[in-house]
Design a protein around this ligand. Sequence first.
Ligand code: BGC
Length: 359
Amino acid sequence: MKALGVFPRERAVRVVEHDPPRIGSATDVRLGVLEVGVCGTDREICRFEFGAPPAGSEHLVLGHECLAEVLEVGPAVTQLAPGDLVVPAVRRPCPHDRCAPCRAGRQDLCITGEFTEHGIKDLHGFLAEEVVEDVHYLHRVAPALRDVAVLVEPLTIAEKALAQVREVRERTGRGGRTAVVVGAGPVGILGALVLALAGFDTHVWSLEPESCPQAALLATAGVRYASAAGETLADVGARLGNVDVLYEATGAPQVIFQALAALGHNGVLVLTGLPGGKRSLEIDAATMMRTLVLRNQIVLGTINAAGDAFEAGIRDLAAFESRWPGVTRALVTGRFPLDAHGDLLVGPARGIKNVIAMR
Ligand code: BGC
């Protein structure tokens, strides 16, 4: 069967042939991969800036945003049957007893760093015709979500973040409901939809002009868009009064300081981006520290995602569709065959969310 391999040592990305995987344990499920989303992490892996092949392999099979169909189940699997649609989770726990989060199924909070991630770190990914996965890491989706369920994995970023924001906002009796999302890529748009669904007055600020398709898409969900061409982030903050949640979805390190300057009293700055490499900046650390203290602010870094975030993502995807019909479909701007991988993964970024359709 075909799979997409990234060879860091050779600095090459190409289609490889693998033997089709077989069910090895009673709780395994054999899956036919339907769609795999392409994200910034995949593009970084294809620039050899990130990612690691499994031990003993020269290549890493790419792909972690996946929708698949159940083809065959192991003898102990009762909760899934052939034909069911599923989204696999990406991260697997580390093996260490001392890691309480991993032992409790919260590998998103792993303390040893020895977790593994499909298609990213030490485990082959889902950009293959078939994969075998343990049933405990599979999340069933309704057939009605067939066209959009490839968005579940990136949506878990926002689900985990919202759960964390809710917890930290308990300390001030919850606070106001003004949210600003920085960045109008898929992570930003999905973050804005989750915040809007949760009742936040949600705004997105990004580099694209006011006339961009992202702005029109967000407007259908009542989310207002402000372009960096017309307003600074600090202007947006001043205009809105008190920004309670600032959701960073760019991965651009300089944004943190602009975001802190726009964040209100008792505000939470949520960081979801993962910048590559190193970048030094000169900052006025005294003002920053003073503002953090005087305004009771929190800076919250968050990485997705355990099982409950996948379940929340599946629920919210259905909720988006019923509240704002078509909004999530409009996010998937292109579906391409595996052969188009070069263009999608190493060519210039285009569209909002591009997907590789495997069948
Ligand atoms: C994935 C996460 C992963 C992170 C870092 C993201 O693109 O969605 O599951 O933890 O990359 O590897």
